[in-house]
Design a protein around this ligand. Structure first.
Ligand code: GLN
Length: 224
């Protein structure tokens, strides 16, 4: 089976694992739920067992400090940028996968990188300003109903950098809230806090494709 990891240092871990399990039952055959095993990742050796990884929401500064302390930061960079394995970051996870983050209060923070974008953290303000918005996400397929995007102290992509290798996958008004670059995918919002499995199903489909073709093309550039 393919091993799908959820980075479990902090944040919305269980919600992702639960939705991944459900999503696995929705994949078109020949994929079956038995094709996957799910692993909460806290150590470099657990990461090494993974074919793909979700970095959940939470707090990206804290997550980076904990990752550094556990010796996971460089293995994560290798996983994303050298090995080119599929990785999806939600909210704080998107921040971690950005090449640059412009913080509102904090100064610099360590990032994993992989997406040639700069994110603006806490774009919509504090926890109190959390909201839900109906998003049209073309990658889910034509004529699909909107996806309920849950935004909690959410970052947005404020600039696609470099040669523009990062592809915009979803917007909320003028703001870029979903982005993909080769093996790396990021969303500002939290699909794991809904019961809508569609993005998890889509992403697992990408993971299966990547495995079939022996990995997705690595098109990352900038240092994280
Ligand atoms: N504001 C957090 C950060 O910048 C992200 C919030 C979230 O993941 N819900 O890391």
């Amino acid at each position: 089976p393919l091993t799908i990891g959820v980075l479990a240092l902090q944040g919305g871990v269980g919600e992702h694992t639960a939705l991944l399990r459900r999503a696995a039952t929705h994949l078109p055959s020949p994929s079956t739920p038995g094709d996957f095993s799910f692993l909460e990742v806290r150590t470099p050796s657990e990461l090494a067992q993974c074919d793909a990884l979700i970095i959940p929401g939470g707090e990206s500064t804290t997550m980076a400090i904990v990752a550094r302390r556990l010796g996971l930061l460089d293995p994560l960079r290798q996983f994303v940028k050298t090995d080119g394995k599929p990785v999806w970051g939600t909210c704080a996870g998107l921040v971690m996968l950005a090449a640059e983050a412009s913080a509102t209060k904090q100064g610099g923070q360590e990032l994993v990188g992989g997406l040639d974008v700069r994110v603006q953290r806490n774009r919509y303000g504090t926890q109190m300003q959390s909201f839900v918005a109906e998003l049209a996400l073309p990658f889910l397929g034509e004529g699909e109903r909107p996806f309920r995007g849950v935004f909690i102290r959410a970052p947005v992509v404020e600039e696609v950098m470099g040669e523009g290798r990062a592809e915009v996958m979803g917007v909320y008004g003028e703001d870029i809230v979903a982005v993909k670059q080769g093996n790396v995918f990021g969303t500002s919002f939290h699909p794991e806090l809904t019961d809508d499995v569609r993005i998890h199903v889509w992403w697992l489909g990408q993971v299966v494709e990547a495995a079939r073709h022996g990995g997705l093309p690595v098109v990352v550039g900038g240092e994280g």
